[in-house]
Design a protein. Structure first.
Length: 276
């Protein structure tokens, strides 16, 4: 009887202690904080960026960028403390992947709002293309499915698709994360993919699984050497042999004042008479 009473008392204490957690987690969870749209022209909206500005293709030839979409970079939280912890985690994950992915090229990893993933990742990708890419080649590394808009951009822009090196799926599974699912259905490897170049479709390698494992909650790449192997390592050489480089865009034209040309000794009256 005494043991039963003790168990009842322990259960009561646990119920009282866990009550707020059960209520806030399952019965009436706190709403997520509403976050303002991120401004991708600002460095603070990215969890990883190059230390220095990268050279455009018309200056240094073919370089390859890595656009990284990380699940941990999704910002959410019911309190400011939760939000800050989430942002810190996203930055730590991006920085831990920056070194191995840096064997390919410079890494660009956007932060984004968890409840506005499609909109934010679309804007981040467009901002990268507009401000930072400058004709360079790129690959997309990810540990979550990608927005349809990014695939559509690759499909519609033949120049971008030609210098696109494929998707690097960071995963601890054999088949990786299916990034190419526009409608939730994995793409068939037997059919050419409209958002991949002929080089990748011919090699059936538009999606390359990059083996990884979690350590203290963060992805660590398992294999050594260039992520994606020889197909990625040989990409700049293939570009040199098969793809023309983008020319340097013309700058703004300077306005030039046009001055009338006169014969020696010609007066305004004589010039007006000739025109009439």
């Amino acid at each position: 009887m005494k043991r039963f009473t003790v168990l009842i008392a322990i259960a009561a204490v646990l119920a009282i202690g866990a009550g707020p957690w059960v209520w806030n987690t399952f019965i009436s969870p706190r709403p997520q904080l509403e976050l303002d749209p991120l401004k991708y022209a600002e460095d603070s909206s990215w969890s990883a960026l190059p230390v220095e500005e990268t050279a455009p293709v018309w200056v240094d030839g073919w370089g390859v960028d890595v656009f990284l979409v990380s699940e941990d970079s999704a910002l959410k939280g019911t309190t400011q403390s939760e939000l800050q912890k989430r942002e810190l985690r996203g930055r730590r994950q991006a920085q831990s992947l920056k070194d191995p992915l840096g064997l390919i090229g410079e890494v660009y990893a956007p932060l984004y709002r968890d409840n506005a993933t499609h909109d934010d990742l679309t804007r981040a990708f467009e901002s990268y293309l507009r401000r930072d890419n400058r004709g360079r080649a790129l690959v997309i590394a990810h540990d979550r499915p990608l927005p349809e808009s990014i695939l559509a951009r690759l499909e519609q822009d033949s120049s971008l698709r030609e210098r696109f090196g494929g998707f690097l799926s960071i995963s601890d599974t054999k088949d990786g994360i299916p990034p190419l699912a526009v409608s939730g259905e994995p793409a068939s490897v037997d059919e050419p993919l409209p958002y991949c170049s002929d080089r990748l479709n011919n090699a059936a390698s538009c999606q390359i699984v990059v083996p990884a494992h979690k350590k203290k909650g963060l992805w660590i790449l398992t294999s050594e050497g260039t992520p994606g192997g020889d197909l990625i390592a040989s990409f700049p050489t293939w570009l040199d042999e098969n793809v023309g480089k983008m020319a340097e865009p013309l700058g703004d034209f300077e306005e030039v004042e046009i001055v009338d040309i006169r014969r020696p000794g010609e007066t305004d009256d004589e010039r007006d008479g000739e025109e009439n």
